[in-house]
Design a protein. Structure first.
Length: 833
């Protein structure tokens, strides 16, 4: 199903484009409000910029659809009601964006074309850092600061004069000759160090801050408490928000207490300008008492702003600034290029929201440099030891990042257990300076180690061989797919390890497993810590009173922690007791409803590695109940193949058919295989003779009928079969499952009991597009209940396609193959629902 918002611009119909432009206008207006008014964005700048690019691309294809309220015609957001409004004498605009080096060349060519300059005529363009703060217009009359306004919507800003007067970098009087009117523009920002200190003071409650709006913060705390989260402190997400939030205070004495700074780089109305070029004017600003990009950072190195004569020079300066980015001590999000000559600037003029003579070259991916302070090991549901780098906090894409995933032992070491270097592996050590990258909402990755900054005497990281939670041995197993030691280390204690037990429990009650509503993380942690729940079966033995005590003790503990952390007294909640009682009744009720459950959910809930929902469904079609499954697995375990067989059959890229062919083959096993399969086999076993030898070994250790039946008849493959055997081979797993049955949990067989007369029995159905009357899960369950097989892709074997609006390639394939296609309503008619 392709939603309109996921469709490439080129595939949009005109009406879809109109819909999409409307969505983008509304969505971006909301982001603008959060970003400019509340100083609290909910998406990263990169995500926001992607929306803007999509909007422009659609408008480029359908210029007739450009909306009055299009984001391409607007700057910022209209001023909030918090301050008096101030109309700008000269509009404050935004900047057009460049994202690649080629875009810079395009910009220079465009400028030349519009100025009618030959290719070899000199053209000076300045390049300087784009400071990530908020812009401010300072109006000086006869050298005296008379007003200060934020950008607002470009035409009207907010009057923050009293606040601006508290910023030390902003002169109240200009040095030098008096100019009747001069508006100086620049960026208000906060350094990293000041930002961290401010947030720390806010967290301790020692910073001067506006009282929270009535009820506002109390609610948040309450919610955080329900969710068992850390106390919600009123801190800023990044230095830009901190700068904007601190400047836009109703009480200027709060602004005064905030460490704000100011860089001057532009101007508005001016009765006369102190120069004929961008460079000269900015130089003059320096003499008048402002900090500018033309000043050297340390009095020795070259200034950050450079006047360039070629595109190559511009791009080189961009990369030089990019390299310095981590050491500046404040956030910059790109480099701004400006045509230097002011007469040329005038000739070029403006488009609706930005000048034609300037462009902002944004830094590409969301990268930053920081230091690995420590390496933590988390233990997950399956016992995996997952390493996490604790980083000195940095802002990446508008979010402060303080940890990054390190994947596994080999990744940190940079080589596998045999000493072979692995792709992407790095030899990451505590104390290392690293480049990290954040993509979307996923946890950041370490992209690179800056070896020049590695502290002297640093040693490779020693990965623990014991579980940091329970102290049991943690081991690396042989991976049948690669024949090598697995890169992950696993705690051997199983569910008796508290970390694994707790995570397993979360999975057990989750939506696609037992789906016990109201059993959130707070509950699980509370019950685990109180010793009330150790394994899933315990859930079904819970009683009201002990449950209530455990939950209340937990709440008390969280509240105490919060009080300590915030240093403030929170109102006691009187109504809480009765509420907890009600919640617990509801929970017990929800548990009761799950004493009988679909077999596939039961199997999925066990959290067996490689047994996802689909495999669990397949098993539930094959077995009547849990004891039957266990018996089937036990029988299969007795007729297991040798490791050689398992390894060969599970090799990536070798399907069932090819494997059968391979096992039959004699001296030329590679014959008749596809190129990628030959490559995979050779990579694993060397030359053809090596493959032949592996095949011979595999042939000797063939599995018996019981194993093949489980693998083949239930359609789950070798890897899942071996995983099942492995799971039920462990005493504690068998016991945990038995305990559930003993606690009275019974299963319903999902195997469709379909009479031969169901018109769908044995048919293969594909659902595509957006379904309106049922969810995907429901559709699938319905079809399977009628004896049909649901598939994710359309092929010649497909009997029927049910297509909703927005169906894409699957629908096209179905039509091309002549497969019957019906809509959702027709589907409901046919099934008689
Ligand atoms: N995350 C969100 O929800 C969200 C919402 C709105 C905007 N944004 C972000 O805000 C930015 C867009 O806002 P914008 O319209 O301010 O455009 P912009 O940030 O792309 O560029 C214009 C601004 O750059 C600043 N600037 C800094 N240094 C400068 C220099 N040396 N010379 C000239 N200008 C300089 C000025 O304040 C100017 O107004 C984007 O980065 C966007 O991602 C994010
Ligand atoms: Zn453990």
């Amino acid at each position: 199903m392709t939603r309109i918002e996921d469709k490439p611009v080129a595939d949009l119909s005109q009406s879809e484009a109109a819909q999409e432009l409307e969505r983008l206008a509304l969505e971006m207006a909301e982001h603008d409000r959060r970003y400019y008014d509340d100083d609290e964005p909910t998406v990263s700048d990169a995500e926001y910029d992607a929306l803007r690019r999509r909007n422009s691309a659609i408008e480029g294809r359908f210029p007739e659809l450009i909306r009055e309220d299009s984001p391409s015609r607007r700057v910022g957001a209209a001023p909030s009601g918090k301050f008096a409004k101030l109309r700008h004498a000269v509009p404050m605009l935004s900047l057009d964006n460049a994202f690649t080096d080629e875009d810079v060349g395009d910009f220079a060519r465009r400028v030349r074309r519009m100025l009618k300059l030959d290719e070899d005529a000199p053209l000076a363009i300045t390049a300087e850092p784009k400071i990530d703060g908020l812009s401010l217009n300072l109006r000086y009359e006869d050298g005296k600061l008379v007003s200060a306004a934020t950008r607002g919507d470009g035409a009207v800003g907010e009057d923050v004069t009293a606040n601006a007067l508290t910023i030390p970098d902003i002169p109240h009087r200009l040095h030098g000759k008096r100019i009747p009117v001069l508006e100086v523009r620049g960026e208000v920002y906060m350094t990293h160090a000041d930002f961290r200190a401010l947030n720390a003071r806010l967290a301790q409650g020692t910073a001067k801050a506006e009282p929270p709006e009535e009820g506002d913060h109390a609610d948040e705390l309450e919610e955080a408490e329900e969710a068992g989260d850390k106390p919600a402190a009123r801190q800023f997400a990044n230095p830009r928000n901190a700068a904007a939030g601190s400047l836009r205070q109703k009480d200027p004495s709060i602004t005064r207490s905030r460490p704000l700074r100011f860089f001057a780089y532009a101007w508005g109305e001016a009765s006369s300008l102190p120069g004929k070029t961008q460079t000269e004017v900015v130089e003059a600003f320096g003499r008048m008492g402002f900090t500018t990009n033309l000043q050297s950072l340390d009095g020795r190195s070259a200034p950050l702003m450079k006047r360039c004569m070629t595109v190559d020079e511009l791009v080189a300066h961009y990369h030089a600034i990019e390299d310095m980015r981590a050491t500046l001590g404040y956030d910059i999000d790109g480099v701004v290029y400006k045509v230097d000559d002011l007469e040329q600037q005038e000739q070029l003029g403006f488009v609706s929201r930005s000048p034609r003579w300037a462009i902002a070259h944004k830094f590409s991916a969301e990268k930053a440099t920081t230091v690995v302070e420590a390496i933590d090991i988390n233990v997950g549901r399956t016992g995996k030891l997952a390493p996490l780098a604790r980083l000195t906090p940095v802002t990446v894409g508008g979010v402060v990042v303080s940890n990054a995933t390190l994947h596994n032992e080999d990744y940190i070491a940079g080589h596998d257990a045999d000493g072979n270097p692995i792709r992407g592996g790095k030899d990451i050590r505590i104390g290392d300076t690293v480049v990290i990258q954040r993509a979307g909402d996923v946890i950041p990755q370490v992209l690179d180690v800056v070896l020049e900054r590695r502290p002297a005497g640093s040693v490779p990281y020693q990965f623990p061989d014991h579980c940091p939670v329970c102290g049991s041995k943690a081991v690396r197993e042989l991976n049948p797919r690669t024949g090598r030691l697995d890169s992950v280390r696993i705690c051997t204690a199983g569910l008796t390890c508290p970390a694994q037990g707790r995570e397993a429990m979360k999975h057990f009650v989750s939506r696609h497993a037992f789906d016990i509503v109201g059993f959130g993380e707070t509950y699980i942690e509370a019950l685990f810590d109180a010793g009330l729940v150790r394994q899933p079966a315990d859930i079904f033995k819970l009683k009201f009173e002990p449950l209530r005590e455990a939950i209340e003790a937990r709440r008390q503990m969280l509240a105490d922690e919060r009080r300590k952390a915030n240093g403030e007294e929170l109102p006691k909640k009187a109504a809480k007791k009765a509420e907890t009682g009600k919640q617990i009744e509801n929970l017990l009720e929800a548990i009761d409803q799950r004493r009988t459950i679909a077999l596939d959910r039961f199997i999925f809930a066990l959290g067996i590695p490689d047994i996802g929902e689909t495999t669990a469904k397949a098993l539930s079609r094959h077995f009547d109940d849990v004891p039957a499954l266990m018996a089937g697995v036990e029988a299969a375990a007795k007729q297991q193949p040798s490791e050689a067989w398992a390894e060969l059959s599970a090799l990536e890229g070798i399907g069932e058919k090819s494997f059968a062919q391979l096992i039959e083959a004699n001296d030329k096993p590679l014959q008749g295989l596809k190129a990628n399969q030959r490559v995979a086999l050779k990579a694993r076993y060397g030359d053809e003779a090596g493959v032949a030898e592996a095949v011979a070994r595999a042939r000797e250790g063939q599995p018996g009928e019981a194993f093949l039946r489980l693998t083949r008849d239930s359609d789950i493959g070798t890897v899942a079969t071996l995983s099942l055997i492995h799971f039920f081979d462990e005493d504690h797993n068998r016991e945990a499952v038995q305990a559930l049955l003993d606690a009275g949990v019974s299963t319903e067989n999902a195997r469709p009991k379909v009479s031969g007369s169901s018109p769908f029995a044995g048919k293969t159905i594909v659902f595509t597009g957006s379904l309106e009357r049922m969810s995907r899960d429901e559709a699938q369950a319905m079809a399977e209940g009628l004896g049909a097989k649901v598939s994710g892709s359309v092929s010649k074997k497909t009997d029927l396609v049910v297509a909703g609006p927005g169906a894409g390639s699957k629908l096209d394939t179905a039509r091309a193959l002549g497969v019957e296609v019906i809509d959702e309503d027709a589907w409901f008619e046919r099934v008689g629902a």
